[in-house]
Structures are given as C-alpha cells and as structure tokens.
Design a protein around this ligand. Structure first.
Ligand SMILES: NC(=O)c1ccc[n+]([C@@H]2O[C@H](COP(=O)([O-])OP(=O)(O)OC[C@H]3O[C@@H](n4cnc5c(N)ncnc54)[C@H](OP(=O)(O)O)[C@@H]3O)[C@@H](O)[C@H]2O)c1
Length: 202
C-alpha cells in the first residue's frame, strides 16, 4: 500500500493490473539479490525475506474478489503463492485459465467463502483481499490480523485499501514492524470485543 492508502493507481485493468504508477508498490518483492527459497519468482529485499517466507509456510487459502481475478486473468491458472483461491463473485465465469491452482467461485457471500477457505486451509491462515473484499470482512469483524506492506510513495489516486468501513472505529494493536529496503512491513491484531479471544472469533 502507498503511504496515502492506495493498493493500485488509476486506470487499473488487464494489462495495467496495479494501475498507473502502482507497480512501484511491488518493487520490494523483486529488488533483492537472492530468490525466495519457496518460489524463485520472488526476490525480496533481504529484511523482507521472512515476510515472504511466512506466506509459503503459514498460508492455507486465499479469498479474493472477482475484479482482481479478472485483472490478472486468473494468474494464467497458477497463483504464485501456490494455495487454493476462492473468488467472490456474483456470477462464476464460463471458463477459467488452466494451471496448478484450484479456483472456487463463491456466489453466496463472504461468510460462505470464508467457511470454505478455512476448511481447505486446515489450521493455516486465510488471506483476504483486495480492497473491496477486505473491507467487507473488516466491516463484518471477521478479520483477526491486518498486514500492510507500506511503500514510501504517494500515488494520489486509485483503489484505496480502507475506503468504506462504516462509522464504528476498529481498534488495532501493532504486533510487528519490519523496516526493509523500500518498504515497511506492519502487522496488527484486530482488537475484538472484551471477553473473547482471537480463537473464539475465528
Ligand atoms: N497492491 C497489491 O498488492 C494488490 C493486491 C491485490 C489486488 N490489488 C488491486 O486491487 C484492485 C482490485 O480490488 P477491488 O477492491 O477493486 O476489487 P476486488 O475486491 O478484487 O473485487 C471486487 C468484486 O468482487 C465481487 N464481489 C465482492 N464481494 C462480493 C460478494 N460479497 N458477493 C459476490 N461478489 C462479490 C464483485 O464482482 P462481480 O460483481 O463482478 O462478481 C466485486 O465487484 C486491482 O487494481 C488489483 O490489481 C492490489
């Protein structure tokens, strides 16, 4: 995310997936000298390696929105993080690019998508995004943790990660800061209402 809160610039679409200037947000993923031991597609800045490693070690499934899926043409059938992907949509596509990833199109809401993703993930994490979908899960208080990879650039306009979250504040507790080259990795727990633990809310 850019310092001013955008995860894509203006004019995002097929051929320009992160919008005008948005590629800058992913430079840290490819600016290192050594490829990730999990997937040589990524070559993260040195201090970012543990963040990328966690994706492969701890991630069990991804829930994303149909816009992201369409904009990247379904990652040509193979998502780089190598886990099953659940796509929230109002209407499943007729064809899906063939590759290594299992895509499931969910048309009956965010709770159902999360339920399926959690079952598939076993005990591992479920990652939700992009902006529109993440906002829905936040509003529904179904998010345990937020990770932001904050890039020192002001994009000025585009797709905001935290656009419409309703009026009630969502309290966060910062749990990690990693300063890396061209990015600061921030991690927060979402503070749940008193008397409940993280697990009771999952
Ligand atoms: N910076 C990064 O690392 C990063 C990462 C990922 C994505 N992105 C960018 O983020 C942008 C896309 O994000 P976005 O927020 O615009 O869209 P999105 O969350 O990817 O997708 C939104 C779409 O998903 C479907 N959808 C969402 N909730 C639904 C529900 N409850 N039930 C049924 N369908 C539902 C709808 O599509 P339909 O009505 O068409 O079905 C909706 O228009 C792109 O620019 C992408 O490149 C950036």
């Amino acid at each position: 995310m850019s310092l001013d809160g955008f995860i894509a610039g203006l004019n995002d679409g097929p051929g320009n997936p992160l919008g005008d200037g948005g590629e800058r947000l992913h430079h840290w993923l490819f600016s290192g000298t050594t490829p990730s031991s999990h997937n040589e597609f990524f070559k993260p800045a040195e201090a970012s390696r543990e963040v990328v490693d966690e994706w492969f070690d701890d991630l069990g499934a991804i829930v994303i929105g149909r816009r992201t899926f369409d904009i990247v043409d379904g990652w040509d059938g193979t998502h780089p993080l190598g886990v099953p992907v659940f796509v929230l949509t109002h209407e499943a596509p007729e064809t899906v690019p063939e590759g290594a990833t299992t895509f499931t199109f969910v048309t009956d809401g965010i709770e159902r998508a999360l339920e399926q993703a959690r079952k598939t993930a076993g005990g591992n994490n479920v990652q939700v995004g992009a902006a529109n979908v993440a906002q829905q899960y936040l509003e529904a208080r179904l998010v345990d943790e937020i990770q932001v990879h904050l890039v020192p650039v002001l994009l000025g306009s585009g797709v905001r990660l935290f656009e419409s979250l309703g009026a009630a504040p969502i309290e966060l507790e910062r749990t990690r800061v990693i300063e890396s080259t061209g990015v600061t990795h921030l991690r927060f727990d979402v503070v749940k209402k008193q008397g409940t633990t993280k697990n009771e809310n999952q």
